[in-house]
Design a protein around this ligand. Structure first.
Ligand code: PLP
Length: 396
């Protein structure tokens, strides 16, 4: 059995056009890294770029770098690098702050834009916790009620009072992909605004923000975008909303004349309006450099490989792991699957610890989920087969 699937893995790897991308990353021989949905691997060329940023741009040019090294305009410039990965046009994405902070900006702005009589915010009940906490506070500040609903119940709950809806594109625990086009259309039909959190989808699958008319979106860059620990997040504001985007965090960086140092706030134009204070330049430039690995990579190819990888991993698990030991909580249907496989398993915490000792790095999510993230740029089919084989050995 194992022979057959190992051969299949080798054939799939040989036919994989993205396989050469693996060499762009720093990875250890013998370790299968399936945690890139939590912290992406380091692209090999980033340390040299950071050496230059620190030694020359900071060390030698110092204050001049805000202009000469393009530091001041980095948030918009890097936003434009991310935009094509999420199907957004130029000038609609700005990089900065954390996802949590950007959820706050987007949600409050969406409620402010929604208009009279709309005093309800719907949130995905299984959301990554930070989104839920921020939504609670945003609701209190804007005088809204919050309703937490399973994503499948959201469309049925939309109504005249709905101001905004906040949904995770891919559920971080189960790996379920929510229907962004369909839900966004329904949210618009109800007269409300859609805010999508793309943390687990950007860099793993096509998002189509502009094509589907999404109002606001946020996401982090340290998962599938490999920007490094704590790399800044991004905020998308649909082009035709930008002039009305009333940020709850109007810092000097988003002022139309930041160096005018004027007492009255006058918002700048375009994506700049999403900025707040001085950007974290080192992290931001590490992210910018890391994004080079996407040059010439169509997101559709990434998605095709991601589905093939998760299919193959599930096939290997089914073949190798004794019946009844694990069950997948990730939807089988491609249209409902992100780029991870979550398996519920008794004693999952201990199982994951043992797997990591054996060189297969995934993670554990309480209460009983083994989470395996598949990052198509540097994970291959032999890795998927090896992970399933190690898991089977542990559970046999
Ligand atoms: C990872 C993740 C976050 C993280 O937010 P930070 O502010 O970067 O800590 C938020 N939302 C979702 C859905 C995530 O998966």
């Amino acid at each position: 059995m194992s022979e057959v699937l190992a051969k299949k893995a080798a054939a799939l790897d040989a036919a994989d056009e993205l396989a050469p991308h693996r060499d762009l990353f720093t990875l250890d021989e013998g370790v299968v890294y399936l945690d890139g949905n939590s912290l992406g691997a380091l692209p090999r060329h980033v340390p040299a770029r950071m050496q230059d940023v620190i030694a020359r741009e900071w060390g030698q040019l110092r204050i001049r770098s805000w202009e000469e090294s393009g530091w001041w305009t980095a948030p918009e410039r890097i936003g434009d690098r991310i935009a094509p990965l999420v199907g957004a046009g130029p000038g609609t994405v700005v990089v900065g702050d954390s996802t949590s902070v950007n959820v706050f900006k987007a949600l409050v702005a969406a409620v402010r834009m929604a208009g009279e009589g709309r005093d309800e915010i719907l949130v995905d009940a299984s959301t990554f916790p930070t989104d839920g906490y921020v939504a609670q506070s945003a609701a209190r500040m804007t005088g809204c009620q919050i309703r937490a609903l399973a994503p499948a119940a959201i469309v049925g709950a939309l109504g005249r009072r709905t101001a905004a809806v906040l949904v995770n594109h891919v559920d971080y625990r189960s790996g379920r992909l929510n229907d962004l086009p369909g839900m966004t259309a329904a949210i618009h039909a109800a007269g409300a605004l859609a805010v999508w959190d793309l943390c687990h989808s950007a860099g793993a699958l096509p998002v189509g923000l502009a094509a589907h008319g999404v109002d606001f979106a946020v996401g982090c860059t340290y998962k599938y975008l490999n920007g490094g620990p704590g790399s800044p997040a991004y905020l998308y504001v649909r082009g035709d909303h930008q002039a009305r985007f009333d940020t709850p965090l109007p810092g000097w960086n988003s002022h139309e004349d930041p160096f005018g140092m004027r007492p009255a706030y006058v918002p700048g134009e375009g994506a700049t309006r999403g900025r707040v204070g001085t950007p974290d330049i080192l992290s931001m430039l590490a992210l910018e450099s890391a994004l080079d690995v996407w040059d010439g990579v169509p997101v559709e190819a990434v998605r095709a490989k991601s589905l093939a990888l998760t299919d193959f991993f599930l096939e290997c698990v089914e073949a190798y792991v004794p019946a009844g030991k694990v069950s997948s909580v990730t939807p089988a249907a491609h249209a409902e699957r992100g780029s991870q496989v979550s398996l519920s398993c008794e004693g999952a915490g201990d199982v994951m610890r043992a797997l990591i000792e054996r060189g297969v790095v995934g993670d554990f999510r309480r209460p009983d989920v083994l989470r395996f993230g598949f990052t198509p740029l540097y994970v291959g089919f032999a890795d998927a087969e090896r992970a399933a084989a190690e898991l089977a050995t542990l559970l046999s």
